[in-house]
Design a protein around this ligand. Sequence first.
Ligand code: GLN
Length: 495
Amino acid sequence: MTTTFTTPESGLTSLTAAELAEKIHSREVTSREVVQAHLDRIAETDGEINAFLHVGAEEALAAADAVDRSLDAGEKPASPLAGVPLALKDLFTTTDAPTTAASKILEGYVAPYDATVTRKLREAGIPILGKTNLDEFAMGSSTENSAFGPTRNPFDLERTAGGSGGGSSAALASGQAPLAIGTDTGGSIRQPAALTGTVGVKPTYGTVSRYGMIACASSLDQGGPTARTVLDAALLHEVIAGHDEFDGTSVDKPVADVVAAAREGASGDLTGVKVGLIKQFERDGWQPGVMEAYHAAVEQLVAQGAETVEVDCPHFDDALAAYYLILPCEVSSNLARFDGMRYGLRAGDDGTRSADDVMSITRAEGFGPEVKRRIMLGTYALSVGYYDAYYLQAQRVRTLIARDFARAFEQVDVLVSPTTPTTAFKLGEKNDDPLAMYNFDLCTLPLNLAGLCGMTVPSGLASDTNLPTGLQIMAPAFADDRLYRVGAAYEAGRG
Ligand code: GLN
């Protein structure tokens, strides 16, 4: 039972995106065959895994055919990944499929425009297999907050695939897709990637357009690539990153050459690289098997030539509290637009009720409990009299965390930590305890508060649970290439 759902060992669904691209571009296989193999794998496994909220078989095959026709005509591939299919987190708008954010309030909603990320994928010739499951509006750590049922971990169907992007990560880990897109507000790319033994990257804030990506907390949200190898993630990163005039926080700067960095890292040589070990992420009480995998990873980095330095980031201890104030505040304002007047669900509109009543009935019916909890917390924290005590105070802590990072990066090139404090937990285990769920993001969310970039790379199965662990690598803003260099080297070293 435990291995039947992980990536197959042979056939087209066992290959990396780079391998598939090579076969498609050399015409050894067609993109249609590759897409069909993944659609078959989805049909075979997704009844159990529930990674997809929507599968767009016809649209994916049509996109594949367009790539095949152009390659058959002798044209150059539109991108290094042309023809290789992908799973898209259902937070990005698509004109040819519903975009629900896994919420009842948007059930069946089809957007009038493509997100910039969606558009870039299409222009790169990447067929979109479908839209993947998530915690409602990306709030959660297990996909159990999805209105459409949780995603199950391909390594153990009784366990979570993480969250909020559990669907994208489970799709990768089960061989349903060789590439996927996630979003990371406090860890939603890195955490599920770690729990499913895949690679996930949160790019530097402002480098991947948020246009058409449904907002959770706008100052923290960032779309990013997930894949089964560091090189695949780099190839996808290159496709989706870049300045976008439709996103006011998009940075007009050249994107770091992540693909070159991944290729360079593949040599495995880390001579001269300074790696910081964060004192605050060396805790008693974290799962022994996770810490063991982490220490083994650090030892390996050293064996590959890296030098380690212990760094102190004292304010990381306050990151969770600051995050869970700032995020709800932004959520309470961002989600005000879902009022039954413009999008999706409208409930209670029997012709006699006022607009105000219809809005409140719609929101009461349309949002799940975690989303409501955060809207209420945020509204409270922003209200007169509490703003200074909560929101402003949290913003000050945010500055202190950014300073901790800045000081650390004066001493080292990258920082590392375990990506999560434990391996995948059982579905239902943390449902009655929101704080336990929040605590699961301790390692990932400081990075979002500071707007920097991070990656998780598989660091083997924990000896005590036999489930995947992840090594988190963090780098300064706009130094995303360092993640790929170190990540690829570590991956090569592990073999
Ligand atoms: N689990 C975190 C939260 O619930 C992170 C979510 C995310 O990154 N979208 O907010």
